[in-house]
Ligand binder design. Structure first.
Ligand code: 5AD
Ligand code: FES
Length: 367
């Protein structure tokens, strides 16, 4: 009885304007900004039930029932920037700062390699101690010790020359979320000293340097409208990133956005499905933030079209300190071995975590 009524509701969603647009997106992988906005406005249980199986089928056609893992090493929470949403912003004087040494980072890689990780993501605040020379030395050492692994950097805005040096040292991929594709909205999320134009320049520089590039945005960030999200989708469609990181915004108590509401599970799942239909080959993580707002968030993310998870490989002693937002999961003792936990979680929804670099399967130059 219950099943029947859900089925009927989906049938009516299929006939709605948004349902038709989702069908078109599935076929053509692009819509106009106005059309994206119409689809976004239809975010609902019915909309998610309609789009998620299509997105999942698109991901399965490229990646099968496999999910890639990336070992995330949060190697420094020292940051010269002051983004209004972020818990490690320099203005947060309550944040206990730490920086891992090169040896400690290499120890994380050694452990990670033994657990089966074949991608290491080195993430930090914009920490001036980690100069180009230090980053390059580290990248070279990791690639020398683990030539079968990919190295991903997530260390913020740099000059093109620096990106070139990291790439020459052997780094394969770079994550730099655009945060929002709307210049005015960017200005509401960042202090005046940060510039939307520079952010976008960095993203173009990364592409030209030869990196596989990850962009992305928070879902439900303060002042975000459906119009902004439609601009994000248009940007994703045009840029065709190899990776796209999207998680809900979650307020951090020691930031100017402490009292802002968090992004929702539903909107995040809906966006994951839309982005999967725009770019069937994109590497799409079910983020830790998604796992933070819902205990089964990452499993639901995979069922909505995500195909990457990024468990924490940082020493448990520092995990709590890399708090971009409140109540981040996997920061306690019980999480020393996220890998096993995630194997079980993915198996519970019919997916298998694989030991592989997990490169993007988009043909080079096919855009
Ligand atoms: N909530 C959710 N995501 C956040 N990030 C930073 N602060 C928050 C927050 N409060 C995201 C940003 C950044 C990435 C590393 O983490 O999008 O690019
Ligand atoms: Fe970290 Fe489950 S993924 S404890």
């Amino acid at each position: 009885m219950i099943c029947e009524s859900i089925y009927e509701r989906n049938e009516s969603f299929a006939r709605s304007a948004a349902g038709r647009l989702i069908d078109k997106l599935e076929r053509e992988h692009c819509l106009s900004a106005k059309e994206y906005e119409q689809v976004l406005a239809a975010c609902s249980r019915e909309g998610i039930a309609y789009i998620a199986p299509k997105a999942r089928a698109a991901a399965d056609a490229v990646y099968g029932k496999e999910v890639y893992v990336r070992g995330l090493i949060e190697f420094s929470n020292i940051c010269k920037n002051n983004c209004c949403y972020c818990g490690i912003r320099r203005g947060n004087t309550d944040c206990e700062r730490y920086r891992l040494s090169e040896e400690e980072i290499l120890d994380c890689c050694r452990d990670g390699y033994s657990y089966g990780y074949r991608t290491f993501v080195l993430q930090s605040g914009e920490d001036p101690y980690y100069t180009d020379e230090r980053i390059c030395r580290l990248v070279r050492e990791i690639k020398k010790r683990y030539p079968d692994c990919a190295v991903t950097l997530s260390i913020g805005e740099k000059e093109k020359e620096s990106y070139r040096k990291y790439h020459d040292a052997g780094a394969d991929r770079f994550l730099l979320r655009h945060e929002t594709a709307d210049a005015d909205h960017y200005g509401m999320l960042h202090p005046a000293e940060m510039s939307f134009a520079h952010r976008m320049q960095c993203i173009r520089d990364l592409r030209e340097t030869g990196f596989a590039v990850g962009i992305g945005m928070m879902i439900g960030s303060p002042y975000q409208t459906l119009h902004h999200l439609a601009e994000d989708l248009k940007f994703i469609e045009e840029f065709q990133p190899e990776m796209c990181g999207m998680g809900p915004f979650i307020p951090h108590a020691a930031t100017p956005f402490a009292d802002q509401p968090a992004g929702t599970l539903d909107m995040t799942l809906y966006l994951l499905s839309i982005v999967r239909l725009i770019c069937p080959t994109v590497l799409l993580p079910a983020t830790t933030a998604l796992g933070t707002i819902d205990p089964l968030g990452r499993e639901k993310g995979v069922l909505a079209g995500a195909n990457v998870i990024m468990p924490n490989l940082s020493p448990v002693s520092v995990r709590k300190k890399y708090e971009l937002y409140d109540n981040k999961i996997c920061t306690g003792d019980e999480s020393a071995q996220c890998r096993n936990c995630l194997d079980a979680r993915m198996a519970s929804v019919g997916y298998k975590v694989v030991v592989s670099r997990g490169d993007c399967r988009r043909e080079r130059n096919s855009k």
